[in-house]
Design a protein around this ligand. Structure first.
Ligand code: NDP
Length: 485
């Protein structure tokens, strides 16, 4: 090694003689193709971006830890949850959903709340949002829904007609729309919002007994929100407001923290509960299934490199550990495929070997090769299974638990269509000031819709949730509640 440590080098390690002037034929040029350093610089620069996420493109991340505060080992055998006081390192990425990578943080949008636990049994990703429910409950509607949140194919502008047309024709969205249009639709910062796993998952204990669960992360900083006016002002003044806030809080040692809670439902209740508990547009009432605290999450370290850690982080709800399993939630079932597939496209087939994604647990399997295989690729070890050469073997005690299924293979909806009670419960839970702001936010958005037919259809949904709710939105839009409700 003769190269001085401080020498600028090419990416192949050779010292660079001139980094200020291209090599030209004579002082005026033209530029010579033999200036490989110039070519390499320009070519690499052209490839600096990976495709941005189709959703959740704008985000901020931080490292931290999870600590168990309450014994839940009778419900799950997951080792990282096995004893009080146990700590597991983690990485979190918060994000908006609809905007592009450079879009403003302080907009009305759900926030992604994705957590990667580096457990001793492999990574566990909990890929949630800051809302307990979602707009739709079947993954087959997801591409259509996201199209309505994106840009018009001709004008390249956001399109309120598409947004409200889709919502008014998909009344299962009403609960999430009400949360989105309420004060909590624009969190003051990423630190001042709750997180939710949203879907139902299954916890399984060492005896193989299961329970259905839902996760809640409650902010220790308290809930704080921005009004529409303040959010809009900040979006102009500092589009990166939430990103900056998270970074600076951690940098000055003001570490944000969340308490983790779980709602636990006995498996048999799923058949008798008053609605299908796997429907992600519904919450389980906390009066039926109270929150049980089990842990605490603290974020205490900023990424050293945004691209390497935050942009290349890949989360998937299918990244599970023994003791935590999926439920039949139709939205979750689609996400189990779609998230990992998005990362294979966006970051590459070997995205899970990148430092930010690599498990802290050892990886032994028979996957080989693929683009950008930058680890040892299994070296000379046995590369198929079963084999007679002592290669890694499955452990039957870690099989997913069996559960009965019945019925016909068919394209069917959830068998209940009460999209109104819970949206109405939320409306009735709000103070008069909160209701006024909710209605004002909705009217502000729906005013931009060009077709009265869409407005009237949506007003009917608000009315069915609560007559006062529908009437106030109608009045705000200068319309009457349609007679047929
Ligand atoms: P509970 O009274 O037991 O729970 C009410 C929940 O609503 C609490 O989690 C509370 O969270 C949250 N909440 C309070 N104010 C607001 C607000 N302005 N915007 C959004 N959430 C708020 O009642 P139920 O469990 O029977 O639920 C009633 C309604 O509350 C539901 O229809 C749903 O819309 C909403 N909700 C329910 C949740 C659940 O898991 N059951 C979770 C979140 C909302 P906090 O303590 O932080 O104020």
């Amino acid at each position: 090694m003769t190269t001085n440590k401080n020498n600028l080098t090419t990416s192949w390690g050779a010292p660079v003689g001139d980094n200020q002037n291209s090599m030209t034929a004579g002082s005026r040029g033209p530029t010579l193709i033999q200036d490989v350093h110039l070519l390499e610089k320009l070519a690499h620069f052209n490839r600096e971006r990976v495709p941005e996420r189709v959703v959740h493109a704008k985000g901020a991340g931080a490292h931290g830890y999870f600590e168990v505060t309450n014994d839940v080992s009778k419900y799950t055998k997951a080792k990282f949850l096995s004893e009080v006081g146990k700590r597991t390192p983690l990485f979190v990425r918060f994000s908006t959903v609809a905007g592009e990578n450079g879009s403003a943080d302080s907009v009305r949008d759900p926030r992604g709340f994705a957590v990667k636990f580096y457990t001793e049994e492999g990574n566990y990703d909990l890929v949630g949002n800051n809302t307990p429910v979602f707009f739709i409950r079947d993954a087959i509607k997801f591409p259509d829904f996201i199209h309505t949140q994106k840009r018009h194919p001709v004008t390249h502008l956001k399109n309120p007609d598409a947004v409200w047309d889709f919502w008014s024709l998909s009344p299962e969205s009403l609960h999430q729309v009400t949360i989105l249009m309420s004060d909590r639709g624009i969190p003051a910062t990423y630190r001042h919002m709750h997180g939710f796993g949203s879907h139902t998952f299954k916890w399984v204990n060492a005896e193989g007994e299961g329970v259905w669960i839902k996760y809640h992360f409650k902010t220790e900083q308290g809930i704080k929100n921005l009004t529409e006016e303040v959010g809009t002002k900040i979006a102009g003044e500092n589009p990166d407001y939430h990103t900056q806030d998270l970074y600076e809080a951690i940098e000055k040692g003001d570490f944000p923290a969340w308490k983790l809670y779980v709602q636990i439902m006995p498996l048999e209740d799923a058949d008798t509960y008053r609605f299908d508990p796997f429907d992600v547009t519904k919450v389980w009432s906390q009066k039926d299934y109270p929150l049980i605290e089990f842990g605490r999450m603290v974020l205490n370290r900023n990424p050293e490199n945004y691209f390497a850690e935050v942009e290349q982080a890949t989360f998937s709800p299918g990244t599970l550990v023994p003791g935590i399993e999926p439920s039949p939630d139709k939205m979750l079932q689609g996400r189990l495929f779609a998230y990992a597939d998005a990362h294979r496209y966006r970051v590459g087939a070997n995205h899970n070997s990148l430092p930010i994604n690599r498990p802290k647990a050892d990886v032994h399997n028979y996957q080989r090769d693929g683009q950008m295989r930058f680890d040892s690729n299994g070296g000379g070890s046995v590369y198929y299974e079963p084999n007679s050469f002592g290669g890694p073997q499955e452990s039957p005690e870690n099989k997913t638990t069996a559960y009965p299924v019945s019925g016909s293979a068919d394209s069917t909806s959830y068998d209940h269509n009460d999209h109104y009670t819970q949206a109405g419960d939320l409306y009735r839970l709000l103070s008069e000031e909160e209701r006024t702001r909710l209605v004002s936010n909705i009217v502000g958005s729906m005013k931009q819709v060009t077709k009265d037919e869409i407005k009237l259809r949506q007003i009917q949904h608000f009315y069915k949730a609560d007559p006062e709710y529908g009437t106030r939105v109608a009045e705000g839009l200068g319309l009457s509640v349609p007679q047929e409700v």
